[in-house]
Design a protein around this ligand. Structure first.
Ligand code: LAC
Ligand code: ZN
Length: 299
């Protein structure tokens, strides 16, 4: 985002940035507004810097018997100078629910697997993209993948990504879900997922993970299933706190992309200092002295 027009809660209209690719003029209000969850201003125009679409694109669906092999693959990719445009993790539970939701099986669903990686590689040269996905496939198999499916044509790629995109809605359709959005340094993903598995056992609760493992950002979905509402209400804060403590101790934080809103508000001070919260409160006051934009959110 290189430019914004925004209406302040006090009624003035401000312009930040513009059709320029560089800008170091004063504080970076663009990013402040982008990250403000609608609490500082109403954005009425955004100027985006567009990137040309890559000419070549390939998606790989890789199936694994255990999550450790999937994570080992991710680690190896990161150290191998291959730069996929996406590395997504999908646990079997999440895939199963998505398949049910869209009424169609994912490729390979007759295999016996517990998790998968969906990887996209793009570039402008076919030979380079091919070289990368062949190398990636080799890495995956070396790390214990059951099978690697390469989707070269658009239709197959769309089908794979459609399943991935359906997961969030599909999980919600199954009943109450507590949806977390934690992020850790990419090298800490194995520790984090081990902790999730430990929590799943400890609380005897079903947890389906999926998400942007290539960014260290995992969506942890805790499913209520048949548990009573009152038991659920007691368990969730304990469980979430334990998960967040681990996330923070690994150098991560409690939201990678969804924000704090109301749901994560009780946990904000686990992640940032009182001093920082106070600074943010002051910023909120300067922009919105009457507290009319998304009051009560974040803090
Ligand atoms: C996703 C949304 C929920 O990754 O962030 O599907
Ligand atoms: Zn996401």
């Amino acid at each position: 985002v290189v430019g914004l027009e925004a209406v302040l809660p006090t009624g003035e209209i401000i312009q930040c940035g513009g059709k320029i690719v560089k800008n170091a003029t004063g504080y970076n209000l663009i990013n402040l507004l982008i990250g403000s969850e609608g609490t500082l201003a109403v954005i009425t125009l955004a100027i985006l810097r567009l990137l040309p679409l890559p000419l070549q694109k390939v998606s790989l669906l890789i199936l694994y018997k255990n999550i450790e092999s999937a994570i080992a693959t991710v680690q190896e990719i990161i150290t191998h100078k291959i730069l996929p445009s996406a590395i997504e993790l999908m646990e079997e539970e999440a895939i199963r629910v998505a398949e049910e939701y869209i009424g169609r099986k994912l490729l390979f669903s007759n295999h016996n697997y517990t998790c998968s990686l969906l990887i996209e590689i793009d570039g402008n040269r076919k030979d380079e993209v091919e070289r990368d996905y062949e190398e990636l496939g080799k890495i995956a198999l070396k790390k214990g993948a059951i099978d690697v499916f390469v989707a070269e044509d658009k239709f197959q790629q769309q089908r794979l990504w459609e399943s991935r995109r359906a997961i969030s809605e599909a999980l919600k359709s199954k009943g109450e879900v507590d949806h977390e959005d934690i992020v850790v340094p990419r090298s800490k993903i194995p520790d984090l997922l081990l902790k999730v598995k430990e929590i799943e056992k400890k609380y005897k609760i079903k947890i389906a993970c999926y998400g942007h493992v290539g960014d260290g950002n995992i969506h942890v979905n805790i499913l209520r299933e048949n548990r009573s509402k009152s038991e659920w209400k007691n368990i969730i804060p304990l469980l979430v706190r334990e998960l967040f403590e681990c996330t923070l101790s690994l150098g991560g934080t409690i939201s990678g992309e969804h924000g704090i809103g109301l749901a994560k508000k009780p946990y904000l001070r686990m992640a940032i200092s009182d001093q920082q919260v106070e600074l943010m409160r002051q910023i909120k006051k300067v922009f919105d002295p009457n507290n009319i934009l998304n009051p009560g959110k974040i803090f």
